[in-house]
Every structure is written in structure tokens, then in C-alpha cells.
Design a protein. Structure first.
Lengths: 96, 490
């Protein structure tokens, strides 16, 4: 059993994500943004991508592959920020 | 009271209800799965994790093919190990060569071989004339730096099951004799399927990381063997009938030194583990009353292990000529046990290696002597396959100061990565990509994210290199951490 096939991992992650998503929904509503299905889709994709970028750098550091950690962290990090900016603008489409 | 709520608040309440219910269901299921899995987790067998078979994690079923992923394209011929296996050939050349008579002074078969392959004669002579003297000189100068890895290598190889006696032909050595003319009781097995299950679990228990089973293709048995082992090397070998099945076992080389090849890795440590596993497995099968014969590193083979491991579904052949497994890439040292116990065989697999290797070529770029071709496959004894220049390869074994060998092609192979989510994920993307598009991307990422020294830097200083290794050695092989050289020159 690896960590990602561990039920405990998904249990804890599920709780954290539920809390985070509920908080995000309320926050966006306070900003006058209604979250519809495709906006949730974008949000989940971005979270997964950001998670991948962090995990890529982390596993590379753990392997002592510092070039991979640095280059991967930089490239994926920039992509996360840029996509986050674009997605953020998209989420605000149709703002009340 | 509810009448006072706005529609938005109702939506929020509904959302929270659904999310809460889903979380509770997922959480309950998660705890249930986690508790069952943790109870039977192979990782809970502290110190014996791999003895439970957990490390052969790749689900091969989807990638099984009826025919091995190499092509039979003409009449086949078995290997004459006396000349075609470098360990036999080069030893004979050393004994028989004299400058006065040249090639005419060699035995007929060796002379014929070198006349057909003059580039091998050039490389093999270079080994004696240039490579070995320089290697000995640099070893004197720099050996202190490698004392820990040499000591570790020798210690790992110090437990070594003795080989099959020269005096015992296969009809004797392979069978379970209880007294002269008296064979041990042969137990009737319930079914070939159950026998395969039993043998695989036992192979794990005996220390093997991977195990696969195939019918033995006689084409892979040496026509003339490389060592006696009860078989006269000068007489053609008729494949014994009791070499019906081939069970392939294999273990990885220790990963951190493996990444510090060619100067810090060791073949011998894995050779010893694999050899022990194979000898144990042969002993187990004999205890059940059947014939069994181990063919193991280093050099105690009567057959070619690589194609047999491919037939057994453990791996495909890579551009570097050896195995690429899904679990360990090329970090595997295999052995074979031939037997006549009726057993269900595995199917070969095709998980994208052939296509990947066609474009990757990282091993060829990293090979210091250019022994790995960047060209396509060639016909070898009736089969289309990748072939390396083994003579050039062997010369580099003595052009670096590590434990004898090189292993750089194994180390630099993109499939030879530790088993974490990132590398497993990349391998699965590659294996499941019928277009091959991911192969180029993954190769490019490998080159950019995991840069390696230039190939010429791996040579010893007297050959223009700088004793480079692919990665730094682990701390436990670095002499500066543990040995005080202040009393003497380092």
C-alpha cells in the first residue's frame, strides 16, 4: 500500500478539501461571484496542478535531485501562477 | 423560522448538507479501506517487505502479448560461448596471443571468430595493451578514495554459493539424489497454476524481487558453454530434456550506489543476492523431487538470461541490450533456474520500451566508449534485436576506478528510477500511450531535469577523464566521512 492508496490519506484530504471548498464558495459569494459547475471544474484543475507542482519539487528534493527540484519548481510554479491568474479572471466572468 | 431564509442561504445549506454527507461516506469508506489494507500491508513485514512479493507491483495483465517483443526473421543459431561471450574469448586471447604469430597463433575457432570480427580483435587487444596498464597505474594513485565501496562490494560478494562441480554432468547435478541410483520422492503437485503460485512466493521468500516463468526456448541455450559445470565446453551441448521450464529471478543493485556509477556502484552485491535466491529456489524444487539447475551470475550460465527473462514477461530489451523492467527499469541482476516441475508459464509483456528506446538514446549518449548504437535494431542469430559492441563495453570496465564494471547505461536509463509516485506515474503514462507522444516529452524532461556529466568525464584521469560518477555517492561510501587519512598519503 502506498500513501495515495491509503484510505486514511484520502479521508484526511477529503475533510480538508471539503472545508477549503466550502470556505472558498462562501468567500466567492461575498465577492459577488456565483460558483457554477464549470467554475468548480477550473478550481479543481488548478488545485490539482498546484498540488502537483509542490509535490514535484518535494519529491525531487527528497531524491536529492536538486536540478529537477529547481527547474521543476520554477517551471511548474510559474505555470501555476499564470494559470491561477487566468482562472481567477475566468471565475469572475458574470460577476453580479 | 425557515420561511425567513433567503434562497441563497437555502442553497448554501443544501450544499453543506450534500458535501457533509459525501465527506462522511468517503471518510467512512476511507477508514474501512485503510484499516483492511494496513492489516495486510507488505510494508508491515518490517525488514522483509520485498519477501512478500510487494515489489513486483506492476499489473502485467494489460500488457501481455502472445509473442515476445522481438522478431524472429531468419534461421536461428545458438551461441558459441567460447568465442561469442567476451569473458571466455578474452581469457583465451590473453593465453594464446603472441605478437610474433599474431592471429595465426590462435586456436582455429578463435582465429575464425576474429577474422570474421576484426574490430573485436582490435578492441580486445587494446584491453591488454593500453587499458589495463593505465587502469593499474591510476588505481594506485586514486584507490584510497574508493576503499569503502571496494570493501562494501567485496563484503557483499563474500557469501557466494559454490558452483556446480565440473565432475557432475546435468544428469547428476540437476537431480535430487538421495543415494547413488536413488532419486528422492517426487511429489505430485495439484496443478501447474498452484505450482506457479507456490514457486513465485518461494522465490520472493528466497530473496528475489521479481520472478517470472517461461518454457525454455532452446535457441537461448549455449551451443558450447562458457564454463565446464559438468558440460564439456568443446562439445556441442544437446539441451537436456529436463530443462523444460525456466524460472527467472532477479534483484536490484542498491539504489544510491547505483546512481553513483560507474565509480561507486556494484554488480557483485546484487549478483550475490540473485545467486543465493536462485540456488535456494533450485534446492526447494529438488526437495519436491524434481530436477533444477541454477544459471547465475557471475558467469555460471549455460544459457542467455536476457531473452529468457523477456519470454517470462519480466521485461523488454532496451537499446543497451539488457532488460528494462516496469518496476526497476534496468536495475536488475537476473538468474535462471531450469527445471522439469510442471508449472504454468507467464506471457511476455510489451509496455512501450521498444518504442521509447527507438527515440530516447540517453544510454548511447552516456556510454563513454560508444558501445551502444544509436542505429536501429539488427539481425543477430536470426532475431532482430538491439546489439551493443561488447568489446568496447568491456574495455570501459577497466577505464574507471569503481567496482569492476560500468553500469552507466543501466543507471542513465529513464526507466531506472526509484519507485515513487512521480516515476511510477511517468512510467505508466509511457506504458499506456499508444501514440508514443509522451516518450519524446519524457526523454526531454529526463535530459533537462536530470542532467548527467559528459560521457568522457567518466574515464580515469590517465585516459582524459576525471573519475566522474553519474550522481554523488551516498554518505556511507564517502571515505572523507569515516576514514582518517592524516597518517598517510591520500
Amino acid at each position: 500500500m502506498t500513501i495515495i492508496t491509503s484510505g486514511l490519506f484520502w479521508f484526511i484530504l477529503g475533510i480538508l478539501f471539503c472545508i477549503a471548498l466550502v470556505g472558498f464558495k462562501i468567500w466567492m459569494e461575498d465577492r459577488g461571484v456565483k460558483m457554477v459547475w464549470w467554475k468548480w471544474g477550473l478550481t479543481v484543475i488548478w488545485i490539482a496542478f498546484a498540488g502537483f507542482a509542490i509535490a514535484f519539487a518535494g519529491v525531487s528534493i527528497g531524491e536529492n535531485e536538486m536540478t529537477a527540484a529547481g527547474m521543476g519548481g520554477l517551471i511548474f510554479g510559474i505555470a501555476v501562477i499564470v494559470s491561477g491568474f487566468i482562472f481567477w479572471r475566468l471565475l469572475h466572468l458574470g460577476k453580479a | 423560522m425557515s420561511n425567513n431564509k433567503t434562497p441563497e442561504q437555502l442553497n448554501r445549506r443544501k450544499f453543506l448538507k450534500v458535501a457533509g454527507a459525501a465527506s462522511a461516506a468517503a471518510g467512512g469508506l476511507g477508514i474501512g479501506l485503510w484499516s483492511v489494507e494496513s492489516g495486510k500491508d507488505p510494508m508491515s513485514h518490517t525488514g522483509e517487505e520485498s519477501f512478500q512479493g510487494a515489489t513486483q507491483y506492476f499489473n502485467r495483465t494489460k500488457f501481455e502479448v502472445d509473442l515476445p517483443p522481438y522478431e524472429k526473421i531468419g534461421p536461428t543459431r545458438r551461441v558459441d560461448a567460447r568465442t561469442e561471450v567476451i569473458f571466455s574469448r578474452i581469457g583465451r586471447l590473453r593465453q594464446e596471443w603472441d605478437d610474433e604469430n599474431g592471429i595465426d597463433g590462435l586456436s582455429d575457432d578463435l582465429k575464425a571468430y576474429y577474422e570474421k570480427h576484426p574490430h573485436y580483435l582490435k578492441s580486445d587487444l587494446e584491453y591488454f595493451r593500453e587499458v589495463l596498464p593505465k587502469w593499474r597505474e591510476d588505481r594506485q594513485k586514486y584507490q584510497d578514495k574508493y576503499v569503502l565501496t571496494h570493501a562494501w562490494n567485496n563484503a557483499m560478494g563474500s557469501v557466494w554459493p559454490p558452483g556446480i562441480p565440473d565432475s557432475e554432468p546435468p544428469e547428476i547435478a540437476d537431480f535430487p539424489w538421495t543415494a547413488p541410483g536413488q532419486l528422492a520422492r517426487k511429489y505430485k503437485m495439484k496443478s501447474p497454476e498452484k505450482t506457479a503460485e507456490l514457486i513465485k512466493q518461494m522465490a520472493y521468500q528466497f530473496g528475489s524481487t521479481l520472478v517470472g516463468i517461461t518454457k525454455l526456448n532452446p535457441d537461448w541455450v549455449y551451443k558450447h558453454t562458457m564454463r565446464n559445470r559438468g558440460i564439456d565446453v568443446n562439445k556441442p551441448l544437446d539441451v537436456p530434456e529436463h530443462w523444460e521450464y525456466a524460472i527467472v529471478v532477479g534483484t536490484p543493485m542498491s539504489w544510491d550506489p547505483f546512481y553513483a556509477n560507474p565509480t561507486y556502484g556494484s554488480s557483485r552485491e546484487s549478483y550475490a543476492k540473485t545467486r543465493i535466491a536462485a540456488y535456494r529456489l533450485a534446492a526447494f524444487i529438488k526437495e519436491l523431487g524434481y530436477a533444477a539447475r541454477p544459471h547465475t551470475p557471475a558467469g555460471d550460465y549455460d544459457l542467455m538470461v536476457v531473452p529468457i527473462a523477456i519470454d517470462a514477461g519480466l521485461a523488454e530489451q532496451g537499446r543497451h541490450g539488457v532488460l528494462v523492467t516496469p518496476e526497476m527499469g534496468s536495475n536488475i541482476r537476473p538468474a535462471v533456474v531450469t527445471t522439469n516441475i510442471p508449472v504454468k508459464t507467464d506471457k511476455p509483456i510489451s509496455f512501450g520500451v521498444e518504442d521509447f528506446c527507438r527515440t530516447c538514446k540517453i544510454c548511447a549518449d552516456q556510454c563513454p566508449t560508444g558501445a551502444i548504437s544509436t542505429e536501429d535494431k539488427v539481425e543477430v542469430r536470426g532475431y532482430r534485436r538491439w546489439q551493443i559492441d561488447i568489446s568496447k563495453c568491456h574495455n570501459f570496465w577497466y577505464s574507471n576506478l569503481g567496482n569492476v564494471g560500468c553500469r552507466l547505461c543501466l543507471t542513465s536509463c529513464p526507466y531506472s528510477r526509484k519507485s515513487n509516485w512521480l516515476h511510477r506515474g511517468a512510467m505508466k503514462v509511457s506504458a499506456n500511450d499508444p501514440t508514443g507522444l509522451s516518450h519524446g516529452i519524457l526523454t526531454d524532461l529526463q535530459q533537462r531535469f536530470y542532467p548527467a556529466p559528459d560521457a568522457e568525464k567518466y574515464f580515469i584521469p590517465s585516459m582524459g577523464g576525471s573519475n566522474a560518477s553519474y550522481r554523488k555517492p551516498p554518505h556511507w561510501l564517502q571515505v572523507d566521512e569515516y576514514i582518517d587519512f592524516s597518517g598517510g598519503a591520500k
